[in-house]
Design a protein around this ligand. Structure first.
Ligand code: HEC
Length: 98
């Protein structure tokens, strides 16, 4: 099956290595992976790639400093590429406990 994204804008190459069906109940859509807005792409990664082993954790439960070691280990578990790591990190930093 070929998935064609309707968007013609030359977005950053953030297509996941394989299409992942959105998890029921999650708001993010696989198309959001292609967003040129790192916060939108990061949210999609968080809600889709980071929910394979556990439910989406509350981003606001940890500060940026507390997130660092957690994210370090989780991005490996989620097998994210460098761009996805950057996007999900920006998403987490934007919403971490202040
Ligand atoms: C391959 C499985 C797997 C994937 C993918 C995964 N995690 Fe986890 N994660 C775990 C396990 C196992 C734990 C520890 C048990 C728990 O808290 O559910 C955990 C715990 C956590 C915790 C709690 C840490 C703490 O100190 O309490 C956070 C936050 C977290 N993960 C975030 C993420 C984020 C963000 C992603 C995506 C980048 C992600 N996880 C992807 C397996 C995974």
């Amino acid at each position: 099956m070929v998935i064609i994204f309707g968007c013609t804008r030359k977005a950053a190459p953030t297509i996941p290595d394989r299409p992942i069906a959105p998890v029921a109940g999650n708001k993010a859509d696989t198309a959001d992976f292609n967003s040129s807005n790192p916060l939108v792409a990061g949210k999609a990664i968080y809600e889709i790639k980071c929910t394979k082993c556990h439910k989406a954790k509350n981003v606001t439960d940890w500060t940026q400093d507390e997130w660092k070691p957690i994210l370090n280990s989780m991005v490996k578990k989620a097998k994210l590429n460098d761009l996805q790591i950057s996007q999900v990190t920006q998403y987490v930093n934007a919403h971490a406990k202040k």
